[in-house]
Design a protein around this ligand. Structure first.
Ligand code: C2E
Ligand code: MG
Ligand code: MG
Length: 728
């Protein structure tokens, strides 16, 4: 191996020997050989220095090795690259410098270079504590056809490598996203020719990516309007033309490769390069068939009642508006019939909601059987139904339908082995006779229906203007009730109860009246229902309990011997948490023995949540109160429950008593109730006794007590005491 230069002296500034590049042009300017020699020496040194400076300031690694791979020259960058733990020492070889692993990779290139070839390759080289990627060039130095050594030129590739890696990962991530995304994605070039389709786009269009690429988008992505079947505009072309994202028109259908159609939703956007130039477009679309099916289902749900599947009030409203529009054009009429089941609450409370629900379903079926296909039967909620007759000539037609409905609904129902009887009350409003729009029709039919209820149920009524005033009166009832309570406008009257055997008064029932400043004495039937609906019954009931106790206290203070007083109790009061406490407080604060208080409960109140009621009744009994069942026979009492409740007395409803002397059915019912009560060891009280004949009947059947106008109407407290309470 020949070496043109001595070994490296100054490792940091080992000088290179690019002899061919040194022209020595400066030297020719000097005349004397000695001077010329020293001058050319200086020139040479200056040139070498310049070269060194250039090499040192280059941002690349530069070195020169001889054939034995020993360094003859390294620039500053080279030194700094390896300058960490391994400093370049004189006589060091490439192997010393870059370590065996990197050297193994370099060796084939060293060999090729020593054979005279310029080579370029990438190597992974130690760099201080780490390794870095470098692009290496070996340039052989050939003198007289012989490779004397070679230059090594290197650039750091690490940053580029990292950027490439990042780019790769980014692309991978994009690819994975596009593969797995739940939307079809198609990209195009600026002319709208397809450049890529993801797998879902393939599945939705029925085209393969490979087939589709380079085809114009509108060949592959053929969309039409669902209704008109007209070709829809290409959204990508639109986005490209306007250079803004564009959404798809509603109701778009994609015609797939096999001709089948698919409802879709899509959006398109232009793709920009870094300088903001449009380089293509992207289309994102999705299959809407599942969504549309769901939407149809949701719409049905939103417009129909879940229990009966009848249209609900929302759909009805819409149909009423349409019907009115048509009737106005054709000069016909529209009728709205509001229907409400009579005493449905009894069924629900006593037989449970499951049976109540089945009854509502059966009623719905019967209603549908009474109308034409063009009519609408709707469930408003609860036990309220509405029938819309969109095209009638006069009100009589509506009356005929209402009549048919009342008859159909009144037929007995057999539900879970229970035979049920129920009736309906109906109110009719006719457009344009008594209302000009749907809302007014609704209100009017509703008030007509209330009127029907007041007329004794199981009938229908047309709306009349007088009804309106009554409806308004009803609405103002609630606020009036509150005011009445504040102003102390309520009074209690007392109806005596008489022992049939002895003819003695043995107690009385407290009955509420409203002493209205304008309308005089108002009967409870007119306001108890509203008070219950309006949540006013609890405070009103509290007032009654307190008033009764205070009254007993007052009678006692006046030296009378008071008899037990019965108080009517509504369901909401029983459910009120403070009920027991109110009772106890009223008794103690007026110093009244609980045995002087009897609570009258109705069957539906008792049958509501039987276990809780049974507990409450036991607690009330323990307090010492008496308990009786009011209006017995009108609800759906279960006899087995009746046995479980600690009841002292049954009060036979006055509707049975009324006809006992003329109607054999009622006579049989009353007789049965009396004997049943006796077997349960309960007292029986007959309500509403008005005639001597009734009294005789009851006496024969050994009814215990009676209450009725025959003996006495409800009386003011003072009158009652004066007439019936002895002095102590
Ligand atoms: P109820 O508890 O069944 O009371 C008996 C009703 O029958 C009373 O009507 C009474 O005046 C009436 N009546 C009594 N004897 C005869 C008769 O021989 N013939 C006729 N035709 N009727 C008779 P009133 O006072 O109008 O009370 C009606 C209903 O209002 C009561 O029926 C009761 O359910 C309710 N009520 C009355 N006061 C209260 C109260 O303080 N709280 C609650 N929650 N309800 C009450
Ligand atoms: Mg009563
Ligand atoms: Mg009663």
């Amino acid at each position: 191996m020949r070496s043109r230069r001595p070994p490296v002296k100054d490792h940091a500034r080992t000088e290179a020997t690019p002899s061919q590049s040194q022209s020595g042009a400066d030297a020719l300017a000097h005349s004397t050989p000695a001077a010329a020699a020293s001058h050319s020496q200086e020139v040479l040194q200056a040139a070498q220095q310049r070269l060194r400076d250039i090499a040192d300031n280059m941002p690349v690694l530069i070195s020169y090795v001889d054939r034995s791979e020993r360094y003859q020259f390294v620039n500053r960058a080279y030194q700094e690259w390896f300058g960490g733990p391994r400093k370049i020492e004189p006589g060091m070889t490439i192997l010393d410098m870059i370590g065996l692993e990197s050297y193994e990779r370099a060796r084939p290139f060293i060999e090729r270079c020593l054979a005279g070839e310029r080579v370029t390759f990438e190597n992974y080289l130690p760099h201080r504590e780490h390794h870095r990627h470098a692009l290496i060039n070996y340039v052989p130095q050939v003198i007289d056809g012989v490779v004397e050594g070679f230059y090594i030129l290197g650039t750091d590739l690490t940053a580029q490598k990292e950027a490439e890696e990042q780019l790769f990962q980014e692309k991978e991530r994009l690819a994975v996203t596009l593969q797995s995304i739940g939307d079809g994605v198609i990209t195009t070039d600026t002319r709208g020719n397809i450049t890529y389709m993801n797998p879902l786009a393939e599945a939705l269009t029925g085209w393969r990516n490979a087939q589709a690429v380079t085809h114009p988008l509108n060949e592959v992505f053929c969309i039409i309007d669902a209704q008109t079947k007209q070709r829809a505009a290409d959204p990508v072309m639109l986005a490209l033309a306007t250079n803004t994202p564009s959404g798809l028109a509603l109701n778009t259908v994609l015609v797939r490769a096999d001709g089948s159609e698919l409802p879709i939703e899509d959006s398109a956007a232009p793709i920009h390069d870094r300088s903001g130039n449009v380089i293509g477009g992207v289309l994102v679309f999705r299959d809407m068939s599942a969504t549309q099916a769901m939407a149809v289902k949701m719409t049905h749900l939103a417009q129909h009642d879940a229990l009966t599947h009848l249209p609900n009030r929302l759909l009805l409203k819409d149909r009423v508006v349409q019907a009115i529009g048509r009737a106005a054009r054709h000069h016909t009429r529209v009728a709205l019939i509001f229907l409400d089941l009579d005493r449905f609450k009894h069924v629900n409370d006593s037989l449970g909601h499951a049976i109540g629900d089945k009854l509502l379903q059966s009623v719905a079926g019967r209603l549908l059987g009474c109308v034409r296909a063009t009519d609408t039967v709707c469930r408003q909620g609860g036990d309220e139904f509405v029938v819309l007759l969109p095209e009638i000539d006069d009100g009589h037609q509506a009356a005929r339908v209402a009549d048919k409905i009342l008859v159909a609904v009144a037929q007995p129902y057999l539900i879970d082995a229970h035979e049920l009887h129920i009736s309906m009350s109906a109110g009719i409003s006719v457009y344009p006779d008594d209302a000009k729009d749907g809302e007014a029709m609704g209100k009017n039919a509703d008030s007509a229906m209330y009127h029907a209820k007041e007329q004794g149920r199981n009938n229908f009524q047309f709306f009349t203007p007088e009804l309106n005033t009554r409806v308004q009166a009803r609405a103002s009832m609630e606020s009036n009730l509150r005011r009445a309570l504040r102003r102390n406008e309520f009074v209690l009257h007392y109806q005596p109860k008489v022992c049939l055997r002895t003819g003695q008064v043995i107690g009385a029932e407290a009955l509420l009246r409203w002493h209205h400043p304008d309308f005089g004495l108002i009967a409870p039937d007119r306001f108890i229902g509203v008070a219950e609906e309006a949540g006013m019954i609890v405070p009103l009931g509290q007032w009654v309990v307190r008033a009764v106790c205070e009254q007993i206290g007052a009678w006692t203070a006046a030296g009378r011997q008071p008899l037990p007083i019965a108080i009517n109790v509504s369901g909401a009061q029983m459910r009120d948490k403070g009920f027991m406490q109110d009772l106890r407080y009223a008794c103690t604060s007026s110093d009244v023995a609980p045995a002087l208080i009897e609570l009258e409960l109705t069957e539906s109140v008792l049958m509501h949540d039987v276990p809780t009621t049974a507990d409450l009744l036991r607690a009330l009994k323990e307090m010492g109160l008496r308990l009786s069942i009011d209006d017995f026979g009108t609800g759906y009492s279960s006899l087995s429950y009746l046995k479980r409740f600690p009841i002292d007395a049954l009060k036979i409803d006055r509707s049975f008593v009324r006809d006992i002397s003329s109607d054999p059915d009622d006579a049989a019912i009353v007789s049965a109730i009396i004997s049943m009560a006796k077997s349960l060891k309960q007292e029986v009280v007959a309500e509403g006794v008005e005639t001597q004949a009734q009294l005789e009947f009851l006496r024969q059947r050994q009814c215990d007590q009676m209450q009725g106008f025959l003996f006495s109407k409800p009386l003011p407290a003072q009158t009652l005491a004066q007439q019936f309470f002895a002095f102590r």
